[in-house]
Ligand binder design. Structure first.
Ligand code: SF4
Length: 407
């Protein structure tokens, strides 16, 4: 099982963000930590001992929590869930002024062994426009302090397709990251305009503009090429890693492993059920204070139908380099994937959008560019399996709302 802990607090709200996060009110962080500890024990009693291979503390901005709180959260898990000795324990952090190498060594001592820094851009004007609470200098400092503290597995989150960003800027940023920051892993997300965000409003009012589709396509394709030339393997549409540094938590999620999501709005998939915690702090606290069963108490449990399982497997695995396995299709439908979808597979193949290897169908890089279209085309051809129609699909291992992905 994978565990995801959602920390919903941020220093300020970024202008493009639709994640379940907000600026913490007085005393809210302490109440949150106590509530997650209560949730861990509620789940522990309900699930019994389940082996855990990865823990991911995401957000929001987990680095807003005092290190002592991270300690308490991580220390609460082994009582209920045996954690593998080689477990990957990741935490997201924003580069912030005022942090020190000591802060990062405290995180290491607390058990974090993979750090994910939200750098996003190496252009201070862009960071300002995005309302990021840090500068490029903060990002460089954070990286060097984390290294000095001893972190050997660091991801940097970067974004492309930002307002006014040109292809040459993006390529230059990538080269600077590769040459100077040298992380083990890079997540490169294309910006998506989210409903209700300042970016969406400014775009509608023509106050900001973006590159055209052709230039965006080059940002994705040329960016991936630069990364691969530097030894970062593209193992998922937006994720690149040096050999041996793929994120095991995300891989487990894309491969359909069960995961337990803790915290407001966090999603779990366990034993064929999808459970969603209340999104707002007040309801989340109420659920735990009243010792109600997480998720199910709020009527949020959804039994995953065969149709949903099939659609999720296709959607998630087609994002990865390994691709969708015909074996999984047979297990879920009893049919032969390649026979049943001969026409569309031939059409995609002849256009260079897919490759087929070892009984798996994977998207080529050009296919990844139009992955949404390919996936919806496949969905429209799927057999109708017994049970209900597929429900809305979530995109990210346990995160409440997740979509900064254009591709
Ligand atoms: S993008 Fe990240 S740091 Fe910014 S508001 Fe959203 S969750 Fe917080």
């Amino acid at each position: 099982m994978l565990i995801y802990i959602h920390v919903p607090f941020c220093k300020s709200k970024c202008n493009y963000c639709a994640f379940n996060s907000w600026v913490a009110a007085e005393g809210e962080i302490q109440r949150y930590v106590a509530a997650v500890l209560a949730e861990v024990s509620a789940w522990g009693e309900r699930l019994g001992k389940r082996n855990v291979s990865t823990v991911f503390i995401g957000g929001g901005t987990p680095s807003l929590l005092p290190v002592a709180a991270i300690w308490r959260l991580l220390a609460s898990l082994p009582k209920y869930f045996p954690i593998a000795p080689n477990a990957e324990i990741s935490m997201e952090a924003n580069p912030q002024s005022g942090q020190s190498a000591q802060y990062y060594s405290d995180l290491l001592r607390a058990g974090i062994n993979r750090l994910s820094l939200g750098v996003q851009s190496l252009d201070d004007r862009m960071l300002h426009l995005m309302n990021r609470p840090h500068t490029v200098a903060d990002a460089f400092r954070a990286m060097f302090q984390a290294r000095e503290a001893g972190f050997k597995n660091i991801n940097l989150d970067l974004m492309w397709g930002l307002p006014g960003q040109r292809l040459r800027n993006w390529k230059a940023e990538l080269r600077e990251v590769i040459g100077q920051l040298r992380p083990e892993h890079i997540s490169a997300y294309g910006l998506t305009l989210e409903e209700g965000t300042p970016f969406q409003t400014w775009h509608d009012a023509e106050r900001i503009s973006f590159s055209d589709e052709k230039e965006l396509g080059h940002m994705f394709l040329d960016g991936a090429e630069i990364l691969e030339e530097a030894g970062y393997l593209q193992y998922e549409i937006s994720n690149f890693a040096k050999i041996g540094y793929q994120c095991r938590h995300n891989l487990g999620y894309w491969e359909g492993e069960d995961y337990l999501g803790l915290g407001p709005g966090a999603v779990s998939t366990l034993d064929g059920y999808r459970l969603t915690n209340p999104r707002h702090m007040k309801e989340y606290l109420k659920m735990l204070e009243q010792k109600q069963t997480p998720g199910i108490a709020y009527g949020e449990a959804e039994k995953l139908t065969p149709q949903t399982k099939l659609m999720e497997r296709i959607m998630l695995s087609l994002r990865t380099q390994k691709g969708f396995s015909a074996q999984a299709y047979r297990e879920l439908t009893g049919n032969n994937f390649f026979d049943e979808h001969k026409a569309i597979i031939a059409a995609l193949h002849s256009r260079g959008l897919i490759r087929i290897r070892d009984g798996n169908m994977a998207l080529t890089r050009s296919g990844m560019l139009v992955s949404n279209t390919i996936i919806s085309n496949l969905f429209s051809r799927l057999p109708r399996l017994e049970g209900l129609r597929g429900r809305e699909l979530s995109e990210n291992g346990g995160k409440p709302v997740a979509s900064s992905l254009r591709v």
